[in-house]
Ligand binder design. Structure first.
Ligand SMILES: *Cc1c(COP(=O)(O)O)cnc(C)c1O
Length: 230
């Protein structure tokens, strides 16, 4: 299967999942996760109409952009260290992975210095998984008023990476919890948080049923990653 074939299958699956859930397929944004894959694969996906790409490492993101076709939108979906914010901000259409109040403050301050507004999602560790990055739910509730008041940030919504489970049905409660938290924050703070970034190759159907507006799909498009060779 070529990348173009994989992409059209993934798009059809997402649209079918949306329709089955009574949602408009247009309300779901596909982020093609190109981590570990070369810019030539990005170019292949771009030729098949894909415009939004996700990377989980700043260094790989910055190296891949100049080698890839122009005019694509790049999202950072992995943990961001404060010392890399200045380098990455000008190249990132959306950062999915703001996971602490300190990082949010740094991103706002540096965005201001660069004359930008940073579009961000708050990554929430809804499953309280010790191995995962993300705000604990209680902390994001407490910190939200300050984060939304930071001047150079546009908080677009929430993101989560639930613990892996062979059975995607097991992650449903985590997706539902992220949506409930979003609804609660919107109500209590009178804001709009339109984006819910949740769902990967194996569980994006469930995520869409639970309200995902962005799904981050890598292996179903590009193939299985071989970290050993990378
Ligand atoms: C790698 C990655 C994905 C994509 O995972 P696949 O299983 O390849 O679809 C999605 N989100 C994040 C945060 C990732 O690091």
């Amino acid at each position: 299967m070529s990348i173009a074939d994989n992409l059209s299958r993934v798009r059809a699956d997402l649209a079918a999942a949306a329709t089955a859930a009574g949602r408009d397929p247009e309300s779901i944004t596909l982020v093609a996760v190109s981590k570990t894959w070369p810019a030539s694969d990005v170019a292949e996906a771009a030729a098949a109409g894909q415009r939004i790409f996700g990377e989980n490492k700043v260094q790989e993101l910055l190296a891949k952009i100049p080698e890839s076709p122009a005019g694509l939108a790049w999202h950072l979906i992995g943990h961001l260290q404060s010392n890399k914010v200045r380098k990455v901000l000008p190249h990132c259409a959306l950062i999915h992975s703001i996971d602490s109040i300190e990082l949010a403050r740094d991103v706002s301050r540096i965005a201001g210095e660069l004359g930008l507004t940073a579009r961000i999602l708050l990554q929430v560790n809804v499953a309280s998984d010790e191995a995962k990055f993300g705000f604990p739910v209680g902390v994001v509730r407490e910190a939200f008023a300050e984060i939304r008041s930071l001047p150079h940030l546009e908080v677009r919504g929430l993101m989560t990476v639930p613990p892996f489970d062979e059975d995607p049905g097991q992650v449903r409660p985590h997706f539902a919890a992220l949506r409930r938290l979003r609804d609660e924050l919107e109500r209590e703070h009178g804001v709009s948080l339109p984006e819910l970034s949740m769902g990967m190759s194996h569980d994006c159907r469930i995520a869409i049923e639970e309200g995902a507006t962005m799904v981050r799909v890598g292996s179903a498009i590009f193939g299985r990653r071989d970290y050993g060779a990378a």
